[in-house]
Design a protein around this ligand. Structure first.
Ligand code: SAM
Length: 215
């Protein structure tokens, strides 16, 4: 089983995401476990402060290192005490990070635990990237409001690669080629949108060749 620990100031964002469809089934089958942690739990002041003004000036706020350090320490240790020798990776999300891809998703299924740190505001104190995170990951060349959507994308793609997460009948067919389903002809005004004939031919060799050309 792979354990995802998500550290965020907005755990509510994940509620529907983790309790629907394949992720819900994967957790029920104990193939994956997703735990959501409110970063504010690791603050000490009465306002539960997780951000502060940037050194050197500038607009916006920066997420502080202290609560993140404490959160990662506790989540990491917790798992090590319970299950010695666990393979854990701490991931910080940042648009300046290494681009996430399918190969990484596959590699990470070999881990026991992934701790995700979701940034917000103008970003995260750089010492988190330098001293706390094992990986700094971007999900694409665009800027999101926070790391939560990035974490969701990574949770889904890693989970899909965990054996047993997707039922055999669902995974048997690789769907990285163009796909069609009924009706054979979809009529829009004067246009007739047809399914390529070869896919209706029943000729499996030809269908395979067509699919290779339409990846
Ligand atoms: N100027 C900031 C920077 O370049 O890091 C943008 C911060 S963004 C508004 C807030 C947070 O969203 C980031 O700290 C990061 O955790 C997350 N984020 C935004 N875009 C992302 C991306 N493409 N991939 C991964 N995380 C992203």
């Amino acid at each position: 089983m792979i354990q995802f620990d998500v550290v965020t100031i907005f755990p509510e964002i994940f509620k529907g995401f983790v309790s629907e469809s394949l992720l819900a089934r994967g957790q029920k089958k104990k193939i994956i476990k997703i735990s959501l942690h409110d970063l504010r739990k690791w603050t000490t002041d009465k306002h539960k402060t997780v951000d502060d003004k940037p050194y050197g000036g500038g607009v916006g706020m920066v997420m502080k290192i202290e609560p993140i350090f404490k959160a990662v320490k506790e989540l990491n240790q917790e798992s090590r005490i319970k299950n010695q020798g666990k393979k854990t990776r701490v991931v910080l999300f940042s648009p300046r990070g290494k681009k996430f891809n399918q190969e990484m998703a596959k590699k990470w299924t070999k881990l026991d635990q992934l701790i995700f740190v979701c940034g917000r505001y103008e970003g995260v104190d750089e010492r988190v990237a330098d001293y706390i995170a094992d990986e700094v990951i971007s999900v694409g060349d665009y800027v999101l409001n926070g790391g939560e959507v990035a974490a969701m994308a990574v949770i889904e793609s890693v989970s899909r690669m965990v054996p047993g997460f997707i039922a055999k009948k669902e995974s048997a067919q690789k769907s990285d080629h163009a796909q069609y389903t009924r009706p054979e002809v979809f009529i829009v005004g004067k246009k007739r949108l047809k399914v390529p004939k070869v896919l209706l031919s029943g000729d499996h060799k030809k269908i395979e060749e067509w699919r290779k050309k339409h990846l």
